[in-house]
Design a protein around this ligand. Structure first.
Ligand SMILES: Nc1ncnc2c1ncn2[C@@H]1O[C@H](COP(=O)(O)OP(=O)(O)OP(=O)(O)O)[C@@H](O)[C@H]1O
Length: 264
């Protein structure tokens, strides 16, 4: 692991039945980086993010995943460090991030549950500092006007911003965002990417974001990691992703993965 790496992924493989979703992936991510994880459908992006958050185990073997210097997965098992690292990792999925029947405020305040007793949270007895933190986070991502509204009545973009606010209340140091903009319209998608980018630049949060839209990866992330059939096939500056490399990753149909137009 390099000294400033907050995440170290070594020789990680994951097999589902006969299918190898990840095949010997190694990767270091330094504190404060914003990394786009791209690759064709089924290339292993979600599997890698879910493994980093300890949501699934990797194959038994030499591979491991470490966060903040502690191994959270090794020899195909989660270690006793996984809970601790999870409290410092915010996970944002494509959809269904929030509990629909609860208010946006409550969903965001739930981010503090690692630190306050669960029952108090369930009863809505939030300490004053949690209330203040939740409102500040909602304000930060621009949805404080909707604090009292049930989450399932919010737009997709508002819900994604709520999920980011929850990660802020959680005091996450790493945000893993799994296709956070895939079900949004381009305006809402840009807003969500801008918020992630701003949190990275201003607060120094480490962000790893999987994206189908390669133009978003190029625009918002300095570093891009590409997976293809479970293997890492590119890891470098987004400026180095030229047509030839994109064709290598996605095949001749690569222009389909640009939302707002491929570069000339
Ligand atoms: N729980 C599972 N059981 C069986 N196979 C799985 C499971 N999860 C993932 N896979 C398989 O592993 C491979 C990688 O899937 P993964 O979801 O990580 O890809 P992805 O790159 O995120 O794809 P997409 O861009 O379409 O979301 C796929 O072939 C998928 O079918």
């Amino acid at each position: 692991m390099t000294s400033d790496a907050v995440l170290s992924i070594r020789s990680v493989s994951k097999t589902f039945g006969a299918r190898r979703a990840l095949d010997g992936v190694s990767l270091d991510v330094a504190r404060g980086e914003m990394v786009a994880l791209i690759g064709p459908s089924g290339s292993g992006k979600s599997t890698l993010l879910r493994s980093i958050d300890g949501l699934q185990t990797i194959d038994n073997g030499e591979g491991f995943i470490a966060a903040f210097g502690d191994k959270l997965q090794a020899k195909g098992r989660l270690t006793d460090k996984v809970r601790k690292s999870r409290t410092r990792i915010g996970f944002i999925a494509q959809q269904f991030n929030l509990v629909g029947r609860l208010s946006l405020f409550t969903n965001v305040a739930l981010g503090s549950l690692g630190r306050i007793p669960f029952v108090r949270g369930l009863l809505g007895q939030w300490p004053k500092e949690t209330k203040l933190a939740a409102m500040a986070a909602l304000h930060r991502v621009g949805v404080s006007d909707y604090a009292g509204q049930r989450a399932n009545t919010l737009s997709g973009g508002q819900q994604q911003r709520g999920a980011i606010a929850r990660a802020l209340v959680q005091k996450a140091k790493i945000i893993l965002a799994d296709e956070p903009v895939a079900s949004l319209d381009p305006v809402s998608a840009r807003k969500v990417m801008e918020i992630l980018s701003e949190l990275n630049a201003t607060d120094g949060l480490t962000v790893i974001v999987t994206l189908h839209q390669v133009d978003y990866a190029l625009r918002y992330c300095k570093r891009v990691v590409a997976l293809k059939a479970g293997k890492k096939v590119y890891d470098g500056p987004s400026s180095g992703l030229d047509r030839a490399k994109l064709i290598d990753i996605y095949g001749p149909e690569f222009e389909d993965v640009f939302w707002e137009g491929a570069p000339a």
